[in-house]
Write a new protein. Structure first.
Length: 114
């Protein structure tokens, strides 16, 4: 299913406030060696949103490693920060098409949040 960003944003319901964040990450399926590079777009205490050129399987668990974080272009509260590594569950993955190119928006929820 292909949707526009506006359609996704209209359907979103947030438990935690989101903050803009610019970071490059590597993600892989839990206990797998292959990884993919992606870009984080926003972050909260409970999860994050990233875009990837690869789709992610629904209901899977990922290991996410921060590769490059730009705090100058990220608007977060002092208590919200991007960790070096996460284990996270996929909440959704949506294909987008812009200017004849495809990419995937991915929403994840962090495991073991306190």
């Amino acid at each position: 299913m292909i949707a526009t960003k506006a359609e996704i944003e209209d359907k979103e319901k947030r438990q935690n406030e989101r903050y803009n964040c610019e970071a490059i990450i590597k993600w892989s399926y839990f206990n797998r060696r292959d990884f993919h590079i992606a870009e984080v777009k926003n972050l909260s205490t409970g999860g994050l949103y990233f875009v990837s050129s690869h789709p992610v399987l629904p209901a899977s668990t990922l290991v996410i490693r921060t590769e490059n974080f730009n705090p100058n272009n990220s608007k977060t509260k002092n208590s919200i920060f991007l960790r070096t590594i996460y284990v996270a569950d996929i909440k959704w993955c949506q294909e987008f098409v812009e200017n004849n190119s495809h990419y995937y928006g991915v929403g994840v929820r962090f495991n073991n949040q306190t």
